[in-house]
Write a protein of this length. Structure first.
Length: 112
């Protein structure tokens, strides 16, 4: 990774997270034990906020960075790959093979 390159796209929070320390510790521990952690719950309960804070907590564990891909607004599951590619800066020109292109970029690049 080049010097000065961004290591995350996590938005700055305007307020401090209060009263969610146990949830945050649980999520952070799960992230250390698993490659994929999914937060579920009703809209408005704070899943995104917890994910952002958890990402901040583990920045030092991931030298290639921690990246947030907002999937909530999507209506078409076909767009997931392109959203993730956009966030990571991976060009996915051909819709066919986009998953393979993204997977290959994630396997071989230390800058994604």
């Amino acid at each position: 990774m080049s010097a000065g390159a961004a290591t995350n796209n996590l938005p700055q929070q305007l307020t401090t997270l209060i009263g969610r320390e146990a949830d945050l510790a649980d999520i952070t521990a799960r992230m250390a034990a698993h490659r994929l952690v999914t937060l579920t719950g009703s809209g408005g309960v704070g899943k995104t906020r917890l994910a952002i804070e958890a990402g901040r907590n583990v920045l030092d564990r991931y030298p290639d960075g921690v990246w947030l891909a907002e999937l909530a607004p999507l209506n078409d599951p076909q767009l997931v790959t392109s959203i993730v590619g956009d966030v990571l800066g991976v060009s996915l020109n051909a819709p066919r093979g986009a998953i393979e292109t993204l997977a290959s970029a994630l396997r071989t690049s230390s800058s994604c």
